[in-house]
Structures are given as C-alpha cells and as structure tokens.
Design a protein around this ligand. Structure first.
Ligand SMILES: Cc1cc2nc3c(=O)[nH]c(=O)nc-3n(C[C@H](O)[C@H](O)[C@H](O)COP(=O)(O)OP(=O)(O)OC[C@H]3O[C@@H](n4cnc5c(N)ncnc54)[C@H](O)[C@@H]3O)c2cc1C
Length: 484
C-alpha cells in the first residue's frame, strides 16, 4: 500500500484528493492535511463581498465528504517537510500542527510515499503597513473577509442613501500583488450594486493597481479579435472603466494604509495620498511558511523553496532578465528537482518569473504584477500530477504527465448582478496563459483562443460554473466528468 499525502485542500489539493482516491481506490491511502474544515469556492467570494451570496453558499464541510470517500483528513497546518525521513522515520514525512478544537497545537508526523504541496498562497497583508482586515482595509480573499466587506458595503450604501458622498477604492495593496482579475470583478460588482441601489451618482470609484496599464491582468495583457478588428485588453478595459466612470490609478505600490487614507508610490517615483471611505485592497501572496530538513536535520528550505516561500519544481529559474524569458522556462511536470516523489500544484509552485514585464520606480521600488495561477490551471496541474503519481504507484514506466501554462488556456469571467436578464459579465479567454512568442510571433497567443466579450452570456456561464464546480467539489455522481 502506498501513501499519497496532499498538503492543502483548496482548488488544487481537493482536486488532487478526489482524483487520486478515484484512481487508487482502497488499495492505497490518500491523506489530506489542511487547517480549515470547510472547502471554499473562492471565485464566488466576490458575490459574498457584495452581499449577493452567503458564506454558506460558497463553502461546505470537507470532513464528511472525505469520510465518505475514504480519504484520511487531518485538520492541521503543515510546518515542515522531511523528504529524506530520519528521526525514526524510514520514509519522507511532514510535520503538522493540529488546528482541531481540543487538540490545537499538538504536532503530528505523517509519513508518505508521494507528496503534493498544494498549500496555495499565504495572504501576506503584513507586506504593507495597515493593509487588510486586521488593519484599515477590506479583503474578499476568504469567505469570512468577504462577509465583512459586504457588511461595510451595506453600511456605505446606507450613508449614500442618507445623502453623503463617499469614495470607494478597490484594487491591490502592494506593488507585487497578483489576482488583478479578482479586483476587476469586485469593482464591477460594487459599481453594479451601487447602481441597483440608485446611489452610484454619490459614489466616486477608484481602481488602484500595480499594473502599468489597464488590461495587463498580470499576464502582460492580451490581443484579440473583435468583429474582425484586432484590439487589446488595454483598450477594452479602458473603455469598460470610462463607460462606468471608474478612475484608474496605474503603476501603484501601496506603502501604508491608515484609517481613511492610502499612501502610495507610482512608477515615476512620486508619492501620493488618497482618502477613502471604503477600501478593498487585495494582499500580495507568498508561499506557506513551510520548512524543509534533510535526514540529519539540516535546514534545506532554501534549496526546496524560492525566497517567497513557493516550492521549486522543474522550471528554469536561471532565465535572468525579461529579454531572456522564454516559454520553455515554465514547468511541465511540477516535480521537485531534488526529490522525484515530491510535487507542487496550484499557487504553491514557484513560477520561473513573472509574465508581465517587471518595472521599478526611480526609488528602486518593484511595481510589477506577479503571475496569476487561477483556478483552471491549478486544477489541471493537480490532476496531471496525480496521474503521474498513479502511474508510478501502478508500476507503469510512462513519462510524467504534463500541464504546461504555455500550452494551456484559461477563461476569466467577471460577472456582476444575479438576475437572469439583468446581470452582465466581462469575459476573457486566453490561449496560452503564458505567451509563447516563438509559436505565436505576432501577439504571443493564439488569436483563435483569445477573446474578450461583454454581455449576458458570460454572466450565465459564470453562474453555471459556480454550481458545476461546487457539484464537482462535493464529489456528487459523475463529478469527474466536469472538467477542471
Ligand atoms: C477573491 C478571489 C477571486 C478569484 N476569482 C477567480 C476566478 O474567478 N477564476 C479563477 O480561475 N480563479 C480565481 N481566483 C484564483 C483562485 O482562487 C486560485 O487560483 C485557486 O484558489 C488556487 O488554488 P490553490 O489550491 O493553489 O490555493 P487555494 O485554493 O488557496 O488552497 C490552498 C489550501 O492550502 C491550505 N493551506 C495553506 N497553508 C497550509 C499549510 N501550511 N498546511 C496545510 N494546508 C495549508 C489552505 O487552507 C487551503 O485549503 C480568485 C482568487 C481570489 C482571491
């Protein structure tokens, strides 16, 4: 019997656990370690953040599902990987600290034959003074954060209705943030809800972003064809914001958030202050603070992880400056170069470099979107890694499975409103996610798989996806037929 240990039960970890158990059955053990009891479909937190959905509608308890499926679950936070074993362990093992009420803080050691690190992002609010729900701004990164944002939004709408004029600032809270698409979707929803309440004319809305130009989205922007004309995500997003009277502040790095006031630096090195009544600013991400030790107990964390705490895999981390980047730098198998039974999937893997061109202000401040790894690639990578491990457990001498972000497409749908006919969505598709300038010399991407549309169709699709992905995550009959 082989043991597959998965740390993290988010999009990548949960996808990996379900596929692994389905493939391996009861002859092998699938173990999941995660600190949270509930699974969260994070994309729908945006709707929780404007009061259109509740926390319960976007989360469900994991443990009963895992019990039913025969997956062992430890409610715990992994703190260290010992890939060589040692300390009485013949196999590699992970040390985790229990977060289960009643046994909090107790340490357990879990041995494995194969390990997948799916610990996603650590929400690094501490990178900017005063950022986040424990500081002076809001977030929609967790269902709990989003619930609080909705409460504050309702209070702000009450003030607008009472005749006040208020300023809303939505965007990212650090120069190196990713997930600009989520900030874009939230601003679209806030605008929509303010209009629904008849108070949009009293609200001034700013989009504060680290992107050097609108429509970059951390993927270096897109070129696509619309009604026979070539256009760009820059033009598309600019017209979207202009139509909705949303003011962009570009190339911005938040230095400090105080009650009602943001201090930020821009790419030209100038420092500004912006007052706000409501601010939702996403945090930058770093890797989970995992440590790694060899058999003798020597700290090998800097060999296994990059300085931001993400796990190094089969990528080229020595590409150097922007001019030298190439599609072939991106990982294919997500296997650790040090241990062939250790993998990372989803946001936990260390990308070789950003996708957008990095920029620095004259003061030396890096203001550059980090590369997004959204739900679809996270799930697809997790599934590919599981299939590689399943092949190896079954003794098949197949090469490792590939899920390459320079060959994979993604869709990004920002949808506002809940009505069957009153909602709207801005939908983008891109293929591939990471541009490949050798394969597509004109625009870096395949124009046939790269598009931008605004309208009702995307709105319906996003709502259907909400229900489909929750159906799949709950492991209901034929869940595996729903693609990642
Ligand atoms: C507000 C918002 C909106 C988004 N909207 C979209 C969208 O519309 N479409 C889209 O495709 N993507 C969207 N994304 C991105 C998407 O949510 C991520 O790509 C996806 O969740 C990444 O999956 P993951 O498994 O790597 O990380 P996560 O889903 O975050 O899962 C990480 C898991 O690891 C656990 N964990 C962390 N540390 C440890 C540890 N030390 N030990 C054990 N477990 C640990 C966490 O508790 C969690 O269970 C959005 C993200 C945000 C924040």
């Amino acid at each position: 019997m082989a043991t597959l240990l998965i740390i993290g039960a988010g999009v990548a970890g949960h996808t990996a656990a379900l596929h692994a158990k389905r493939e391996l059955g009861s002859r092998h053990e699938v173990v999941v370690v995660s600190p949270n009891t509930r699974w969260n479909w994070i994309p729908s937190n945006i709707w929780v953040g404007v009061g259109k959905m509740t926390k319960e509608q976007v989360t469900f308890p994991l443990e009963p599902l895992y019990r039913r499926k025969g997956i062992t679950f430890h409610q715990a936070l992994a703190t260290a990987i010992h890939p060589d074993g040692g300390n009485g362990h013949d196999r590699g093992y992970v040390v985790a600290r229990s977060t289960r009420p009643g046994s909090e803080g107790q340490e357990i050691a879990i041995e494995y034959d194969y390990l997948i690190n799916c610990t996603g992002p650590k929400l690094n609010f501490a990178a900017t003074e005063g950022l986040g729900p424990d500081g002076h701004s809001l977030s929609v990164c967790t269902a709990g954060h989003a619930t609080e944002a909705a409460k504050q939004l309702t209070a702000a709408i009450g003030r607008l209705k009472a005749g006040e004029n208020l300023r809303f600032v939505i965007g990212v809270g650090h120069g190196t943030c990713t997930c600009e698409g989520a900030a874009f979707e939230y601003i679209f929803n806030v605008d929509h809800v303010l209009r629904e309440n008849g108070v949009r004319d009293r609200a001034e809305i700013f989009y504060l972003t680290n992107e050097a130009q609108l429509g970059d989205f951390g993927v270096g922007g897109l070129t696509f064809t619309q009604q026979g004309y070539q256009t760009t995500s820059k033009l598309w997003t600019e017209s979207f914001y202009r139509e909705r009277n949303i003011h962009p502040i570009l190339g911005a790095h938040c230095k400090k958030i105080e009650p009602g006031r943001i201090t930020y630096e821009q790419l030209d090195g100038t420092i500004h202050q912006l007052h706000f009544d409501f601010a939702m600013l996403l945090p930058p991400f770093r890797g989970a603070d995992l440590k790694a030790y060899d058999r003798e107990g020597n700290d090998i964390s800097d060999k296994m992880f990059n300085p931001a705490g993400f796990m190094k895999v089969d990528a080229n981390y020595a590409a150097g400056s922007y001019e030298n980047w190439s599609a072939s730098d991106w990982p294919q198998t997500y296997q650790s170069p040090l241990y062939d039974n250790v993998f990372a999937a989803g946001i936990a893997f260390a990308p070789p470099h950003p996708i957008s061109q990095p920029r620095t202000s004259p003061n030396g401040t890096l203001i550059a979107p980090a590369p997004p790894r959204t739900g679809m690639p996270s799930g697809m990578i997790a599934k590919a890694v599981v299939l590689t491990i399943v092949d190896r457990i079954r003794g098949k001498s197949k090469p490792a499975r590939h899920a390459i972000m320079t060959k994979m497409g993604a869709a990004c749908v920002a949808s506002a409103g809940m009505g069957l006919f009153s909602g709207s969505a801005a939908s983008m598709t891109m293929h591939p996610i990471v541009p490949d300038w050798q394969a597509y010399p004109d625009t870096g991407r395949d124009l046939r798989g790269t598009s931008g549309e605004i309208g009702l169709a995307g709105h319906w699709m996003k709502h259907i996806l909400h229900f489909l992905f929750l159906y799949k995550a709950k492991g209901h009959p034929f869940w595996w037929l729903i693609p990642e």
